[in-house]
Design a binder for this molecule. Structure first.
Ligand SMILES: Cc1cc2nc3c(=O)[nH]c(=O)nc-3n(C[C@H](O)[C@H](O)[C@H](O)COP(=O)(O)O)c2cc1C
Length: 163
């Protein structure tokens, strides 16, 4: 989040911390295949609403074992309902213009973000986002001041965002 705030003005953003919400796991029950809704009633209801009202979605995650954190993946898996709404029911949940990922990893290897990037592309396609980018920050272990350490990378990313 510290790095995401360097890239985006999040003052008016609606923030969801994946560790503060109660989300049931998707278990592929197929309810959303037959009806354009999810069987669960939980904090995902407000996340669905937020996404349906949004034009931009920014997902911020550290890399855990080459992927999103399990709490964030639990939210993302529940977007299977959005997939069924779009492809089976022709009632898309949302249409976004921008979908961005901001991700950090302990290792300084771009390949460490492959899983996060693939999921990002799947989500950008799901929501028809025309602007999609994955902003990666590798080699975070032992860094005391991320803003100073990633200063030139942040500047490069800000230039990319302004184009
Ligand atoms: C459970 C767990 C799994 C991790 N897996 C990886 C990994 O696969 N690759 C990697 O480069 N770093 C991995 N890390 C390191 C984190 O990605 C890295 O420290 C990250 O910058 C932490 O971000 P944060 O300070 O926002 O929590 C892992 C850390 C934890 C706690």
């Amino acid at each position: 989040m510290h790095l995401a705030k360097q890239l985006f003005n999040l003052e008016d953003a609606r923030l969801v911390n994946a560790y503060d919400v109660n989300i049931n796991s998707c278990d592929d029950c197929k309810v959303c295949h037959h009806h354009p809704r999810c069987k669960h009633t939980d904090d995902m209801d407000s996340i669905y609403r937020m996404i349906s009202e949004a034009t931009t979605l920014i997902i911020v995650t550290p890399v855990y074992f080459g992927a999103f954190t399990d709490r964030l993946l639990r939210i993302i898996n529940r977007l299977q309902m959005a997939f069924e709404r779009k492809h089976t029911h022709q009632k898309p949940l949302a249409k976004l213009t921008h979908l961005h990922i901001v991700s950090t990893a302990g290792v300084n290897k771009e390949g460490m973000f492959d899983g996060v990037k693939l999921t990002g592309r799947i989500l950008a396609t799901l929501f028809d986002a025309t602007h999609h980018h994955c902003f990666t920050f590798g080699g975070t272990d032992g860094i005391k001041d991320p803003s100073a350490h990633f200063k030139s990378l942040i500047r490069k990313y800000l230039t990319k965002l302004s184009i």
